[in-house]
Design a protein around this ligand. Sequence first.
Ligand code: DLL
Length: 436
Amino acid sequence: MGNYYDKAMECATLYEMESLQSFRLSQTVRRVYENVPFYRDRMIEQGVTPDDIKSVADLHKLPFVMKQDLRDTYPYGLFAVPLEDVVRLHASSGTTGKQIVVGYTRNDLEIWNDCAARALVAAGGTKADFMHVSYGYGLFTGGLGVHGGAEKLGMTVIPVSTGNTARQINIFKDFGSTLICWTPSYAMFIAETMRDMGITKDQIKLKAGLFGAEPWTQEMRVTLEEMLGLKAYDIYGLTEIIGPGVSFECEEQTGMHICEDHFIPEIIDPDTGKVLPLGEQGELVFTCISKEAFPLLRYRTRDIAVLSREKCSCGRTLIKMLKPKGRTDDMLIIRGVNVFPSQIETALLSVAGSEPFYHINVDRINNNDTLEIEVEVSEAMFSDTIKSMEDIENAIRVAVESVIGIGAKITMCEPKTLKRFEGKAAHVTDRRKLLD
Ligand code: DLL
């Protein structure tokens, strides 16, 4: 049993949680129906009125909201309060398409800070910690999101933001940072640079890291924990819902507890929209039930995950989402087989000698899909015999094929030749999209 930031909410009974959710849901639905023409029109189209939404069991009656709806109503069409009550805006451009903008009232920021604070406490954080924030500050929610939670807990916050990797390392070494927030790809880059600078994990004080903003695997966790000498926790969120802190990992490290007193999760079949039972994999959907400025109802995240209410040894009863596998729009269909980049990462990291720096190239040659994986090998391996390089290449080929079920061309790369990322990584080039 660990420490909690808000024990009453984090350890509520299912009955208590559902009663609160039902109350907040019905209030939110009424409020957006009255204040946001978009929701009123959609609900009328669907033949639902606020009176029909009395409890969580009625959630499925509401229409979904999609990313395109946010673009169509850009910039302020989904705001549910007068703009003068909005105290902060954030935006996300995504990898494709027009940017979207979200807003927060003062109260929304408090909710966000509370969610981030829950995550930090679950990772063992206390007011005595030095919290090094390397998520980007600005319109991206990463930096300011965890910053707010850390400040609320009274930690010493070091708002470094991204970039200047050698300086990041000197700062956490000299200032004695104990907690860190990075994207997993940036963490790998930092760990590598630290190694190059000859700094060992005994010279730093990091005890835990909160890694998120992109999918990362269990194998990456093991690598990061080993290289940096810390415990690596997952943290999830998205701009549209609130930013980092929608869900977070506890000491059990088997999935992330969702702040379901603020965001009700559902899993749906992405093709049919049908709600799936607990334990089944599908698209994650969130309904905001406490936010004032931008309370999305049944927002389709496009993230593929599984929900679980299995008892957690940390004592929290908040529902968990298992590590998201990726996004529906990041899923590659290669020769008819569905492949997530995270599956390839799992395969690569299971082979000794391959480094977590890789790039996936998909192409279509003579009407045939091709898959090439460029992967770096460690310095030691690269300077070893041709035979041992061939052995690793073969081992990677076998591992990849056994995880994704199709063959791939493996290209071994010299150390430090593939691109490094300071924020979210872009691991895939799909040239077929350019051909289509
Ligand atoms: O990435 C918010 C965030 C910042 C979360 C810092 C955690 C830490 P967006 O830029 O809007 O917001 O991107 C949201 O990133 O829908 C997922 O696809 C992905 N994502 C975020 N966290 C995780 C995670 C921020 N822990 C999109 N695991 C989401 C897997 C994640 N994917």
